[in-house]
Design a protein around this ligand. Sequence first.
Ligand SMILES: Cc1cc2nc3c(=O)[nH]c(=O)nc-3n(C[C@H](O)[C@H](O)[C@H](O)COP(=O)(O)OP(=O)(O)OC[C@H]3O[C@@H](n4cnc5c(N)ncnc54)[C@H](O)[C@@H]3O)c2cc1C
Length: 414
Amino acid sequence: MSGSITVLGAGSVGVGTAIHLQQRGWQVTLIDRSKPASHTSFGNAGVINNSSFVPLNNQGLWRSLPRYLKNRSPEVRYQWARIIREWPWFLHFLKHANARSTEASASALNELCTRALDEHRAFMQRSGNMHRLSECGWLKVYRGDKGYNPKGIDGSFYERFGVPAQALTAHEISDLEPDLKPIFKSGYLLNASTQINNPGELIKEYAAQFEADGGTLVQADIAAVSYDGQRFHLQADTPLQAERLVVAAGPWSADVLKPLGYKVMLGVERGYHQHFHPQAGTRLNRTLHDVDGGYIMAPMQAGIRLTTGVELALRDSPDNHAQLNQVIPRAKEAFPLAEPTDDPIWRGARPTLPDSRPIIGAAPAHENLWLNFGHQHIGLMTGPISGKLLAQQISGETPDTDLEPFRASRWVKH
Ligand SMILES: Cc1cc2nc3c(=O)[nH]c(=O)nc-3n(C[C@H](O)[C@H](O)[C@H](O)COP(=O)(O)OP(=O)(O)OC[C@H]3O[C@@H](n4cnc5c(N)ncnc54)[C@H](O)[C@@H]3O)c2cc1C
């Protein structure tokens, strides 16, 4: 296949799409207002695994809802302004918290998750940054005896989809992570899970390889997109044109599509991180999810990255550090964290569609317009595989997996 194509958005998803198009012979221009991976793809927990296919709005959400509604939980907080302004998103999000929808979304997302690591490995081999990947597993720990439940919602999907999960006693947890304080009574290890030591740098290095291989990277803030029947016109300080366009603008994708007449049911799940030095002589070997504490702690190049749960606030409203402030003491109960590093507290917005499945496919009303966004909690890991599937579709190949569950018409109206 040959011809030119423009990808708007250089996060994990846009970079993944650009590289796979390039590998299929397209002349690719990748546009972003910032340097690659400066936004959501920068600040995540860096987990790449085959187990994150169960959506947050699974049928078990109803059991946790009374606790979440109190608006004091570290896992989920909400802002009334967002609920009032974006109530249809909430309505659809809750409507999908049932067994049938969980089954459909988990099965579809599993198709992405099982392929995610292989795609990253291929990119890392090409970009020479395999050292960023640790095959260390992902530790989920409990302060009580709850532990691994093979019959629970997650556990029964793991069994069905062949995800290895090793139940752990308090002693086994200490053996794996000797510097953890002895507060965890049970847990499990997701053996096949891996960890990236600097997600932002990883994607930047992929983008640098894309450029080295002949791709064009343009820094431009696109104020609006229009279509004259043949070409897309991208309004910026220096206007740009595109014969074919892929929108991979993460949490901003609905804004980009609005001037073309599209209404997209895209919401965000905001989250924060802060880096801490470990106390001298201590070490965390792998990502830790303190399930009862409501946070994730990940060992990164910059220090221990403490990430928060979900904040259902308007995408651009000011920071609210309540969840972060709530989990810092809990994290210190678990691990000897020292002072924060000099890095600022980071906030990002996971782009989420109400069925927790991304859109990967053609736009409903324009030829040569393609969409790749809505990767919620798993977009770092599924960026390259989503990029591959879309590039296959655009190039007239049969995609590695059925793209019907990811079709745009679910949530995009014209
Ligand atoms: C706290 C937290 C922890 C997470 N942990 C994980 C994890 O462990 N593993 C995992 O896989 N995922 C994780 N995620 C989710 C993951 O980070 C996201 O799903 C992913 O980064 C989304 O990538 P994206 O490319 O769609 O969006 P982005 O990375 O936000 O990229 C979109 C790009 O589009 C550009 N753009 C938008 N509009 C315009 C415009 N008008 N003009 C020019 N450029 C524009 C932006 O500048 C941006 O660079 C986490 C997220 C959070 C918040």
